[in-house]
Write a protein of this length. Structure first.
Length: 86
């Protein structure tokens, strides 16, 4: 949210995408995509962009272990053995 607020303030101040990106230590394409997917330079609002990002992230996606029972059994077995990938 803090970075989105900086983007919003930067746009309001008339800063370029490259200048905002440098300030946030991000590549310009990341800032450009963020602005583009959230109403563009004229309509970008930090709180609205943040809520939209959270909404996009909430996909009805089942847990991998719930779908793949054999995988769940292997994971449980290795946890019981205190197995570590290292």
């Amino acid at each position: 949210m803090a970075e989105r607020e900086e983007i919003c303030r930067g746009l309001a101040a008339g800063r370029s995408i490259r200048m905002i990106a440098a300030l946030l230590e991000r590549v310009p394409s990341t800032i450009s995509r963020e602005i583009g997917r959230n109403e563009g330079p004229e309509g970008y609002r930090a709180s609205q962009a943040d809520q939209t990002a959270w909404d996009r992230a909430r996909r009805p996606k089942p847990c991998k272990l719930a779908v793949h029972r054999a995988l769940a059994a292997r994971v449980a077995e290795k946890i019981q053995r205190q197995w570590s990938p290292e």
